[in-house]
Design a protein around this ligand. Structure first.
Ligand code: FAD
Ligand code: AMP
Length: 478
């Protein structure tokens, strides 16, 4: 007799591991299947996010920012730090240690919550049976009342730039360079391309980002994207829009990329090339042909608003389903599904998932952009506040960027908060909380914000919506 669980989760990324922990907390007998092997050759939990995504990229962003500050930001404070150098292997080693600590921590959480870890590859069979092929090749079948598919995503590869070990790499390879490349090419000016490009630019690489679209960050509010492009360009990132990569050729230790832009075909040679053109769901060998779960031609598993697939008792969450490919979206879906399985009426507000780009300054937003609202014919009032007018930002010598609050012109309800500036990721969360409770710009303006904080920029932008900002001249006075 095969072992039977209330819930079997396939994949231990931020979607799967969170779902498994929540299900176990709710008293459900839960197993989670994971096959990914980390650098030490052992199964490593945490998925893309902890192993090769959010966490390692932020570790390198933080290290490289400190180096950059020591070089260029200290002088203004009267700090002289000559001969600051970077030890790349030490920086990578620190990143690896953080990954090890966090991924190991998930195993501890599984034990503490009573989640059974099944190491190996999981495959959904008919009738909610799940086949687990262990790392030794042995298979076992477990039975489940509920199955949660959380198989995540992997980088897209494009024919013009096939990966070549150590030279043409995806985001995972770009987290493990052993030295700073002199000339770095990045294909794709999306979140991942900009973050990884920034890491190596701060350490001294000459970075060229090749982006096929004419528009920079099309999902962002246009004002934020325009400001972002201006600031990143000033930092030395050469972002070439309207530039489509059509081929690449590796010669020895360098790669020559062919691309077309408005002037025709061109070539440029780099020491390393990062392919960051997006991610696609992982569903290879996940679904037996008779399991009943359907996916589209790109591999996304079809689900409804509650992450239920077409098979009762089978759910799918995170990067392998529709929606933003973000860790916090995956985790919240995991919680929602676990709670629904336990009989709760959980749901998720897909309209208020914050997006963040961890460049410096960070860019972050929640809700709708001004252009999207205008396209929908919604009349809005907009308030902005530049960090250049924030005392706290001045004290920190970190004044680039602005906060923008968009409110419905009729009801004053906040419909979007868009920020580029220091700690934008944390500041935008205040906007998200306010919006979840249906706050008006006036409500936000009436809150008491500590002084001096970066958060005051959000306060002032909310006041500016109705012409009441104190520390800048208002465009309209009331
Ligand atoms: P994943 O994290 O991909 O996890 C899926 C897991 O399932 C994997 O461990 C995989 O091995 C396992 N698996 C798949 N199939 C099977 C199977 N058949 N059997 C057993 N196991 C299986 N998001 C943010 O929100 N913030 C960030 O700052 C951020 N930075 C990023 C930086 C980079 C460089 C990258 C690449 C991504 C980043 N992301 C970020 C995106 C984030 O990592 C993903 O959105 C998130 O990991 C999705 O979670 P998931 O659980 O759906 O899938
Ligand atoms: P994202 O999906 O946000 O990670 O962004 C990936 C980016 O890569 C998108 O903006 C694409 O337009 C861009 N892209 C995809 N293929 C190419 C290509 N061949 N040349 C240049 N840019 C590309």
């Amino acid at each position: 007799m095969s072992e039977k669980f209330d819930v079997v989760v396939i994949g231990a990324g931020p979607g799967g591991y969170v779902a498994a922990i929540r299900a176990a907390q709710l008293g459900l007998k839960t197993a989670c299947i994971e096959r990914y092997k980390g650098k030490e050759g052992k199964v490593s939990l945490g998925g893309t996010c902890l192993n090769v995504g959010c966490i390692p990229s932020k570790a390198l962003l933080d290290s490289s920012y400190k180096f950059h500050e020591a070089h260029e930001g200290f002088k203004v404070h009267g700090i002289d730090a000559p001969n600051v150098t970077i030890d790349v292997p030490a920086m990578i080693g620190r990143k690896d240690q953080i990954v090890k600590n966090l991924t190991g921590g998930i195993g501890t959480l599984f034990k503490a919550n009573g989640v059974t870890l099944l190491e190996g590859h999981g495959k959904l069979l008919a009738n909610k049976q799940v086949e687990v092929t262990g790392l030794d090749g042995q298979t076992q079948v477990v039975e489940a009342t509920n199955v949660i598919l959380a198989s995540g995503s992997r980088p897209i590869e494009i024919p013009p730039a096939p990966l070549v070990e150590g030279i043409v790499v995806d985001s995972t390879g770009a987290l493990d360079f052993t030295e700073v490349p002199k000339r770095l090419g990045v294909i794709g000016a999306g979140v991942i391309g900009l973050e990884l490009g920034s890491v190596w630019a701060r350490l001294g690489a000459e970075v060229t980002v090749l982006e096929a679209l004419d528009k920079f960050l099309p999902a962002a509010d246009e004002q934020i994207a325009k400001e972002g492009l201006k600031i990143l360009t000033k930092q030395g990132l050469n972002v070439r829009l309207g530039t489509r990569v059509t081929g690449s050729e590796v010669n020895g230790n360098e790669v020559t990329v062919t691309f077309t832009d408005s002037t025709g075909e061109q070539k440029q040679t780099f020491d390393k090339l990062i392919v960051a053109v997006g991610r696609r769901p992982v569903t290879t060998d996940l679904l037996a042909s008779d399991c009943g779960v359907e996916s589209d031609e790109r591999g996304y598993i079809y689900v409804d608003d509650y992450c239920a697939t077409s098979v009762p008792g089978v759910y799918a969450i995170g990067d392998c389903v529709r929606g933003l490919m973000l860790a916090h979206k995956a985790s919240e879906e995991g919680v929602m599904v676990a709670e629904r399985i336990a009989g709760h009426k959980a749901q998720m507000n897909y309209d208020l998932i914050p997006s963040v780009i961890y460049t410096h300054p960070e860019m972050a937003w929640v809700g709708k952009t001004e252009q999207a609202l205008k396209a929908e014919g919604v009349e809005v009032n907009v308030g902005t506040f530049p960090f250049a007018a924030s005392g706290r930002a001045m004290a920190a010598n970190d004044t680039a960027g602005l906060v923008k609050v968009i409110a419905d012109a009729k009801t004053d309800r906040v419909l979007g908060v868009h920020i580029i500036g220091p700690s934008a990721a944390d500041l935008v969360q205040q906007g998200a909380i306010a919006m979840e409770f249906g706050t008006s710009a006036e409500d936000l303006g009436m809150m008491v914000f500590s002084h001096p904080t970066l958060s005051e920029a959000l306060h002032e932008a909310a006041l500016a919506v109705n012409g009441h900002a104190i520390h800048i001249a208002n465009r309209k006075k009331r």
